[in-house]
Design a protein around this ligand. Structure first.
Ligand SMILES: [Fe+2]
Ligand SMILES: [Fe+2]
Length: 465
């Protein structure tokens, strides 16, 4: 463990001078990006953050006050397993790849770049949120998520530098050049170009969009390309907290809304009405579904065949790991109608991963609906149908209602304001956002958390302002 190196790492960086120099050259550019695009206005404040210092299941993180630019972004891979084997596909049972298999070099680089691009993108999307934090607890969680997304960028940049030579280094540079929402040099995926400028967006984003990350990383965490697997395994450890922030954050908004509902008109009481929360769910859930890619995908088949990207919990959930000669039935649009189509299972792996994701999201909805039930409110929240409001795959280019029925574009446009946040909804939510910087205090539109972080109370001074 080289924790006190300039770049903390557990990959013996100091023994590979060329790589170390390349990464040390990238470091100041990264810091410049962080100063320019990281959280605005809090860079010189002490924030009570966890820093990854090891990868063991116990004691992997250290909690203390740190100024964000001094955060020790490092490179941490889970330890290598002796005798690691390709766990699925046509090379099942062969030794894990220690270098990039030649014929998949471009595709694998694309996967790593696409994953890597999401990490700084989300920091950019969230950079103004600190100014309207509902509490110091939430402010700290925002910054925790931000610094860890920065570390995830490091994780991907390490892979690019170490395994892809010159074009890997070029790609690593470009990861610092694209900007979320910039029309000339946008981030790669659309969900990461959407504004995330209020806290309801932030919670929905960390609930739904970070959760896509969990599924992508899980599929890669069993990759036959061992360094990628080990990197993703450790990223998942950190990612769990991001989804916790989104899931419990939305749950706390729902709780507060339910409480206000019982007191009178939620708008008059400056809360967020349930129908507005529902529209934010519809927006972020549908954009996040797009991140899984097309329902029918030859790329997913090639990647599976090569042993690079598996199914969710491939080793644990399945006994048969070739997925060959099997089929999957999808619903597609043909001649203006929904019809079933049977495709080879390997071509439907994006859709299978998306299905796992939807199941996971449903659990979140059940938790929020339990909050509503506990508070004695009869309305319920739900997930829109997976065909609703899609921009990628089989359903893009068609229009569906919230229940997944095919409808005309005119009807969709007429009813759009029922389902998706309007300008007025967004402005209303923004109008509620004001900063609460006093320890132990909280904004009116959200309930306090059930507990603080790492045994600290909610009243703890999580950020010293
Ligand atoms: Fe991440
Ligand atoms: Fe994340």
């Amino acid at each position: 463990m080289n924790l006190y190196d300039r770049i903390p790492n557990n990959v013996n960086l100091s023994e590979d001078k060329k790589l170390q120099r390349a990464l040390e050259k990238w470091l100041p550019n990264y810091l410049e990006w962080w100063r320019e695009m990281g959280p605005e206005g809090f860079q010189d404040k002490d924030v009570w953050l966890r820093t990854a210092v090891d990868v063991g299941s116990e004691g992997w993180a250290h909690f203390d006050y740190v100024k964000m630019p001094d955060y020790r972004w490092g490179i941490f891979l889970e330890p290598a397993q002796p005798d690691y084997k390709v766990g699925f596909g046509d090379n099942l049972g062969r030794p894990g790849y220690q270098e990039v298999p030649g014929e998949f070099r471009n595709a694998l680089r694309r996967i790593i770049v696409t994953q890597g691009d999401t990490e700084p993108a989300s920091v950019e999307q969230q950079r103004q949120l600190g100014k309207t934090c509902p509490s110091l607890y939430d402010l700290r969680n925002l910054f925790q998520v931000n610094v860890e997304e920065g570390r995830h960028l490091w994780a991907m940049v390490y892979l690019l530098h170490r395994y892809f030579g010159r074009d890997g280094r070029d790609e690593a540079d470009e990861l610092l050049e694209r900007r979320s929402g910039n029309p000339d040099k946008p981030r790669i995926l659309e969900a990461f170009n959407q504004p995330c400028d209020d806290w309801l967006n932030f919670f929905a984003f960390t609930m739904f969009t970070d959760r896509d990350g969990k599924y992508q990383l899980s599929a890669l965490a069993e990759s036959g390309f061992e360094p990628l697997a080990r990197t993703c395994q450790f990223m998942l450890t950190e990612e769990a907290h991001h989804m916790f922030v989104g899931d419990t954050g939305l749950g706390r908004v729902v709780r507060r809304t339910a409480q206000l509902t019982k007191q009178g008109d939620v708008r008059e009481l400056s809360g967020i009405p349930l129908d507005v929360i529902q529209k934010y769910i519809n927006f972020w859930f549908s954009y996040s579904l797009d991140l899984f890619g097309g329902e029918i995908s030859s790329n997913s088949a090639d990647f599976f065949a090569a042993g690079l990207k598996g199914r969710y919990k491939e080793r644990e959930q399945y006994t048969e790991h070739t997925a060959a000669n099997q089929t999957f039935t999808l619903t597609i649009v043909e001649d203006g109608q929904l019809k079933p189509r049977e495709v080879p299972l390997r071509n439907a792996l994006n859709e299978m991963l998306r299905g796992e994701y939807v199941k996971d999201c449903e659990k979140g909805l059940a938790r929020w609906n339990k909050v509503l039930a506990d508070e004695g409110v009869s309305e319920r929240l739900f997930l829109p149908h997976a065909r609703f409001h899609r921009h990628v795959g089989e359903y893009a280019g068609h229009t569906f209602d919230i229940e997944g029925n095919l409808i005309s574009r005119e009807e969709f446009e007429r009813r759009r304001t029922e389902w998706l946040p309007t300008m007025e909804d967004r402005e209303y939510v923004r109008s509620l956002m004001y900063p609460v910087f006093e320890p132990g205090k909280i904004a009116n539109w959200i309930a306090p958390p059930a507990a603080g972080i790492k045994g600290k109370p909610f009243e703890f001074e999580y950020v010293r302002l």
